[in-house]
Design a protein around this ligand. Structure first.
Ligand SMILES: Nc1nc2c(c(=O)[nH]1)N[C@@H](CN(C=O)c1ccc(C(=O)N[C@@H](CCC(=O)O)C(=O)O)cc1)CN2
Length: 292
């Protein structure tokens, strides 16, 4: 049985970070502009702490200005919103991101609504989601944007391909479907209520799994030769009491059927932060009237 190409997201992310760093150097030299990203973390979710630390480190490594605001879990929503407003008004900051998940007493929708669309480097505001859906230039959610970079390289011409996105979140499933549609794919969004999900997945030339359920997509759900993008990051217990990271796809079974597949870890995940840096540079340029 032939084995799928394993898509090296780490290598793509490293390449993208280099391009971002080169553009930052140019903006500094030619426009005296240093793109700035502010990340806000509320509470102490262990995975979020790791991601937020990486965001700060990678922002600095690209030559950008970085601010990390760590707030205790008991912070009120009003306090968080007032920090977001301050960051919206800060000329040194071009990207504002509140790390999710937030504590249960906060409304994710209210937080997103408070972020200036011009600084919304997560692409989550109604303005950016609407612009994307309308085919207008928009800041686009980082993970789906990263998936598109991988797909364009691996698949090449996406026009006319049948794409199935399993998952309908605002952060992943919906923008992913919009980006695939904009690339002229024939797109189906599937979800927990989809009937005969396996049969729907089997139609896909491009299958994007973003459901948050460990190894839910089985090998026999995949069309032979399909490109499989696994967005899931699930920690499951090991026999020794520790945990290991798996995606939403049964990788071992899928790699014998797919033409290409992203691993977890090392697939889509690293693209998320690299795209965040790219979005911050785009936001800085737009806010300063710099084309390109
Ligand atoms: N405001 C946001 N919150 C969250 C987002 C987001 O895009 N915006 N996405 C995720 C978390 N996330 C970035 O924030 C993120 C997730 C995973 C990775 C990554 O590199 N994963 C590695 C594995 C790392 C590990 O061991 O956990 C990989 O897949 O190889 C980067 C960023 C939820 N919140």
């Amino acid at each position: 049985m032939s084995q799928a190409r394993i898509i090296d997201g780490k290598a793509f992310a490293a390449q993208l970070r280099e391009q971002v760093a080169a553009e930052v150097a140019r903006l500094k030299a030619e426009h005296d502009l240093t793109p700035g990203l502010a990340v806000v973390l509320v509470g102490e979710d262990p995975a979020s702490q790791v991601y937020v630390r990486s965001k700060g480190e990678q922002t600095l490594a690209a030559g950008m200005h970085s601010e990390t605001h760590r707030l205790p879990a008991e912070t009120s929503q009003a306090e968080l919103l007032s920090l977001v407003e301050r960051l919206n008004d800060d000329p040194a900051i071009h990207g504002v991101l509140v790390q999710f998940p937030v504590p249960d007493h906060m409304s994710q929708a209210a937080i997103v609504a408070a972020i200036s669309p011009d600084k919304d480097v997560d692409g989550l505001t109604v303005t950016n989601a609407g612009r994307l859906a309308s085919g207008l230039p928009a800041l686009t959610a980082c993970t789906p944007a990263g998936c598109m970079v991988l797909l364009r390289d691996v698949v090449g011409d996406l026009r006319g391909k049948r794409a199935v996105v399993v998952g309908r979140s605002n952060l992943m499933g919906k923008p992913m479907a919009q980006l695939l549609l904009a690339a002229d794919c024939t797109v189906t969004i599937a979800h927990s209520r989809t009937q005969d999900l396996a049969a729907v997945c089997r139609e896909a030339d491009i299958l994007v799994a973003a459901v948050g359920r460990p190894q839910m997509v089985k090998g026999d759900w995949i069309k032979p030769g399909a490109t499989v993008i696994d967005v899931g990051i699930n920690r499951i217990p090991k026999e020794d009491g520790k945990t290991r990271l798996v995606g939403d796809v049964d990788f071992e079974a899928a790699k014998g059927v797919a033409g290409a597949i992203t691993p977890v870890p090392g697939g889509v995940g690293p693209m998320t932060i690299a795209m965040l840096l790219a979005n911050t540079v785009s936001a800085a340029k737009r806010l300063n009237g710099i084309a390109g």
